[in-house]
Design a binder for this molecule. Structure first.
Ligand SMILES: [Zn+2]
Ligand SMILES: [Zn+2]
Length: 358
């Protein structure tokens, strides 16, 4: 198999050749056709995350060893089945989205298809195991594949990361009355995706906060009910959110998750309010403790999503209700240019790299 691999953090990815792995047990060998280039690839490429307060999370300390074949928004075809994957309904020639947020495969979380919540051993494709910037990937089980036949594979690739990330965050505040204001902080790719999924779920009071007027305009075009300027002092932003919602709010999904955004979001919550933290900007939030019980508040993190959520999201897409994200395809050979453009902030929507002949 051919791949582009990180051999040194922050340095250009190198083309490499490895023996194509043989699927064993219920594993499935997938021939990759498409792979989305995600913002978190920049962190994997550089080897870590800023945690705020001058702290840094090193991926090397978390067991990520070089060379790394990145790419976790994978679509491809079945190339070979392990002996125990036979007769499990996988169809040759059909395109599948790959669920990449794998765990140990045997703990209670993994067995109940909450693989992304596995605390035993992270094994995410494109991070801990070879990902979609290679010609082939090994998937542990047929249950990690979702049939996307009939859908645009470049768009479908993005559901495995940005799609289920917002779908899972939304699921944590539902059910809600469709007219109840739901606040989204951040109108970047995740925010626009969240608007389109909320609309597909029948929710129609979506208040979007962003500091950028261009992004607020994009949110309105995508179907936001109202937009709020997120610039300035958090207390002023809280006031604007509460005004726009006609009072304190029941649910905020913070797709930025910086000290300033979580502050303004938390202070806007009403009794029973939920704040879901998704973004990885970094920083800290000080909680006024007596208010947590007296207002019965929830502050909860949400990390990617589960195979069940990927199937549910693709089911929703099949109903034709989810507006597609703008995507552009590039040959995988251009991966270094794409990563540099992403780093420089020059990419609108999503770039999906394709394998030769895809
Ligand atoms: Zn991602
Ligand atoms: Zn597990």
């Amino acid at each position: 198999m051919r791949c582009y691999a990180v051999t040194e953090n922050g340095k250009p990815l190198q083309p490499m050749e490895f023996p194509t792995p043989e699927p064993v047990g219920e594993q499935v060998l997938i021939e990759v056709t498409h792979c989305g280039v995600c913002h978190s690839d920049l962190h994997i490429w550089e080897g870590g995350y800023d945690m705020g307060g001058g702290k840094r999370l090193s991926l090397k300390d978390r067991g990520v060893t070089l060379p790394v074949v990145m790419g976790h928004e994978i679509v491809g075809r079945v190339a070979k089945l392990g002996p125990d994957a036979e007769g499990r309904g996988l169809k040759p020639g059909t395109l599948y989205a790959v669920f990449p947020w794998l765990g140990c495969g045997t703990c209670a979380a993994c067995r109940s298809e909450d693989d992304n919540m596995c605390a035993v051993k992270p094994a995410a494709l494109g991070v801990y195991a070879p990902g979609g910037y290679g010609s082939h990937v090994i998937v542990p089980s047929p249950r990690h594949l979702v049939d996307i036949s009939g859908l645009d594979p470049a768009v479908a690739a993005t559901y495995s990361c940005s799609g289920i990330t917002v779908y899972s965050a939304i699921a944590k505040v539902m059910p809600m009355e469709p007219d109840e204001p739901l606040v989204l902080i951040g109108a970047g790719g995740l925010g626009l995706n969240a608007i389109s999924i909320l609309k597909a779920l029948g929710h129609h009071n979506i208040v979007v906060v962003d500091t950028s007027p261009t992004k607020r305009d994009a949110a309105m075009v995508a179907g936001a009910t109202q937009v709020v300027d997120g610039a300035g002092d958090p207390a002023a932003v809280t006031k604007r959110i509460v005004e726009a919602c006609g009072g304190p709010v029941l649910a905020v999904i913070d797709l930025v998750n910086a000290s300033s955004t979580t502050r303004s979001a938390f202070d806007a919550l009403r009794k029973g309010g939920k704040l879901i933290l998704v973004g990885l900007f970094g920083g800290e939030l000080t909680l006024p403790l007596p208010i947590m019980p007296t207002r019965a508040l929830t502050v909860r993190g949400s990390y990617v999503g589960s195979p069940k959520e990927l199937r549910a999201l693709i089911g929703l897409v099949r109903q034709g209700k989810v507006a597609p994200l703008p995507v552009r395809t590039e040959p995988v050979a251009n991966i270094n240019d794409v990563l540099n453009d992403l780093l420089a902030g020059n990419i609108v929507g999503r770039v999906v790299v394709t394998q030769p002949g895809a």
